[in-house]
Ligand binder design. Structure first.
Ligand SMILES: [Zn+2]
Length: 217
């Protein structure tokens, strides 16, 4: 697998610094699993971050901090709520999906537009970014659209092309409101992508306006 399209340095920095929300984090992590180049960049950033912390001057503890810690240690531990039982390998049937996502609660594919199906990935905690799988049949021309937020796309299998280039397995695509997508699926098999999205999808053109009420993303 040769990866040609990577997340920006800003995104990788935010990933290394732990400032992405869960949905964004999952999209970048999905890319990192298949991209040694970006893993090296993130490791280097984490190393720099650790060195900066190590070089910072020591600061004195506030008066009473140690006593407060001792009191906390003596408190009974609140019973943890049992985690909901997760179905095993719920997403294990999706080729190209990293194993860290297999155990997320299973969901089924649903029709959202001709030749396009969506399968939501339900996150264990609220995130402003939604995550889902999108499966499109060969030859599908995605309806021209823009975003009110952003969209991160990780190709798991198959491929597509738009004005920004050709995207195959392992590639990462970032779209925001400034991008007018005109996407065509050019693989001979289905193209399956993991998508992390914020905001709404806006369909342009007459067909888009007719379909907008039918499509629920
Ligand atoms: Zn990369």
């Amino acid at each position: 697998m040769t990866v040609h399209h990577h997340p920006s340095d800003e995104l990788l920095t935010a990933f290394a610094g732990g400032t992405l929300d869960l949905g964004q984090h999952i999209a970048v992590a999905t890319h990192l699993v298949g991209c040694p180049r970006c893993r090296t960049v993130v490791h280097a950033m984490e190393h720099v971050g650790g060195a900066v912390l190590a070089d910072m001057p020591r600061s004195e503890m506030l008066p009473g901090s140690f006593e407060a810690l001792e009191r906390r240690l003596g408190e009974p531990i609140a019973a943890n709520r049992p985690l909901p039982e997760l179905p095993r390998r719920g997403f294990g049937d999706v080729g190209g999906l990293p194993p860290f996502l297999y155990g997320y609660p299973d969901s089924s594919w649903r029709w959202i537009a001709p030749k396009v199906h969506l399968r939501p990935i339900r996150l264990p905690q609220p995130s402003p970014t939604r995550v889902f799988l999108l499966r499109s049949s060969p030859g599908t021309k995605m309806i021209e659209h823009t975003h009110s937020g952003f969209e991160m796309t990780c190709v798991l299998s198959g491929s597509f092309t738009h004005a920004g280039g050709h995207f195959g397995p392992g590639d990462f695509d970032f779209g925001d409101g400034s991008v007018d997508h005109d996407v065509i699926i050019d693989s001979t098999d289905d193209c399956v992508c993991l998508v992390a999205m914020q905001g709404d999808l806006k369909l342009s053109g007459l067909i888009g306006r007719l379909l907008q009420p039918l499509i629920r993303m």
